[in-house]
Write a protein that binds this ligand. Structure first.
Ligand SMILES: *Cc1c(COP(=O)(O)O)cnc(C)c1O
Length: 470
């Protein structure tokens, strides 16, 4: 197994490979397609990988959201669903797991992450407020904007540079945050929106030193610090690997310490927690909790299920515990790194260091001859599907949307195509197939012409937009 190159670095003699800490008990057959079939499917989907039928996809790297394989213990938990409308025992198991591993006092369950984002944005934001955050995330920022706030990116500059090898490209730039507080005033900032392993920056982590410093700055101004904990477990691994003093600390210990600097968190359990649906919001403040618990009944469901079935909450409670296992996290991030290192060896431009959940192809450098207005990252996702049936996703100008004021495209510095690895789903051989297909597209890069936008929905346009080849 070529995992060797990753997990036994420094031991050149005596080959000792390292493999996944699980074995396969059930398989799902995949559909193999030929190129003419894929060309038809792609045209029908308007060259948007979100609009493909999954039956036409061979290796699905669209997202790591809700695509994890559950363990036998989680499946067993599904049969222990207590489907009572109120006070399900599975809810109390979930509450206990969140308290134990994340440390927050109060839990509000939601159907998925954006349900939690909606509740927290609506409760804390007043029209005209400002929200600083370490780079935007699509649904997070939209809920903040719909509640009347203006989002401000206060991430370090290195995050916008795909070639910078800064170990914590998710860090908040404290000077940028302090300048914003000076400019708009602390009373106009209901909270700082901090995300673990910043998705849009390429899955880049935040250091413990940085969260501690952000906490201090927030304390000085009486501003809340809230965490998007969606991929905090992966963030904890990077702290363990890269930050002084944490090499001997477990993922669970690091997670608990990090969350301890924040006042609450929202969570898309479809990521770290190894379930197909679910999420939550958790806070320490009693009166804020009162309000949230009241609002959840309006938008999600009763406060002891929040849109989830009892069985979903049970699988989630078990998934939380599995997600903080050091072996699991190492294997998960190790697989992503394996793919990234293969592409790096072949000199294919990717965002480095390789992030926690995905390899991000740098479409700007990949298609150096294409202008951002012809959607290079979207083009690359289409070409990759055509080549091999691998499904990826655009994270560039299409995802960034339009400026609400001017109506023009927002033009992000990063123009990326994301190969997102589901947890516990694909093998190393799948990663080899992916790398070889990316290489084939790279070798044929000069022939790519780009795309033209022919249909554009109003919100989160990347999900449903349609294109035509130029
Ligand atoms: C997926 C995601 C969300 C939204 O969660 P959903 O479960 O998809 O609604 C929020 N923040 C981050 C960082 C995410 O990756």
């Amino acid at each position: 197994m070529r995992h060797q190159s990753l997990h036994t670095m420094g031991q050149q003699h005596g080959r000792r490979s390292w493999a996944e800490p699980w074995k396969i008990k059930m398989v799902e057959p995949l559909n193999m397609t030929d190129r003419p079939t894929r060309a038809r499917a792609l045209a029908d989907a308007g060259y948007n990988t979100f609009l493909l039928h999954s039956a036409d996809v061979y290796i699905d790297l669209l997202t790591d959201s809700g695509t994890s394989a559950m363990s036998d213990r989680q499946w067993a938990g599904m049969l222990l669903g207590d489907e009572a409308y109120a006070g399900s025992r599975n809810y109390y198991h979930l509450e206990e797991a969140v308290r134990r591993f994340y440390g927050y006092r109060h839990l509000v369950p939601t159907h998925q992450g954006r349900g939690a984002e909606h509740l927290i944005s609506r409760t804390l934001i007043r029209p005209g407020d400002h929200i600083p955050g370490n780079m935007y995330f699509t649904t997070t920022r939209l809920h903040q904007e719909l509640a009347g706030a203006t989002f401000h990116d206060v991430i370090v500059d290195e995050a916008h540079d795909p070639e910078s090898l800064h170990p914590f490209k998710g860090d908040v730039d404290l000077a940028k945050l302090a300048a914003l507080i000076d400019e708009v005033g602390a009373e106009q900032i209901p909270y700082v929106s901090l995300a673990g392993t910043v998705n849009m920056a390429g899955g880049q982590p935040v250091s413990m030193a940085n969260v501690r410093a952000v906490r201090e700055l927030c304390d000085r101004h009486g501003i809340r610090l809230l965490l998007d904990a969606t991929r905090m477990v992966e963030n904890a691994l990077f702290i363990q690997e890269r930050e002084e003093g944490y090499a001997q600390r477990s993922i669970a210990e690091i997670l608990l310490e990090f969350c301890g600097y924040t006042d609450g968190a929202w969570m898309s359990s479809k990521k770290d927690h190894l379930v197909n649906i679910g999420g939550w919001l958790a806070v320490n403040d009693d009166s804020l909790f009162e309000e949230l618990r009241n609002l959840v009944v309006v938008y999600e469901g009763l406060h002891t299920y929040g849109g989830m079935a009892g069985r979903d909450m049970e699988a989630l409670a078990i998934g939380i515990e599995e997600s903080v296992s050091d072996d699991h996290v190492r294997s998960r991030v190790g697989q992503v790194r394996y793919l990234g290192e293969l592409l790096t060896q072949w000199q294919i431009p990717i965002v480095r260091p390789v992030g926690g959940h995905a390899v991000f192809l740098d479409a700007r450098r990949f298609y150096a001859h294409l202008a951002q207005d012809v959607f290079p990252a979207q083009t690359l996702a289409a070409e990759l599907y055509l080549d091999s049936g691998i499904r990826s996703m655009e994270r560039g100008i299409v995802s960034a949307g339009r400026d609400p004021e001017t109506g023009d495209h927002k033009r992000p510095k990063l123009e990326l195509t994301r190969l997102t690895i589901p947890r516990r789903v694909y093998t190393q051989a799948h990663m080899d197939v992916v790398a070889e297909s990316v290489k084939a597209c790279f070798d044929a890069r000069d022939a790519a012409r780009g795309l033209r936008l022919v249909y554009e929905p109003r919100y989160l346009r990347f999900f449903q937009a349609r294109f035509e080849p130029l």
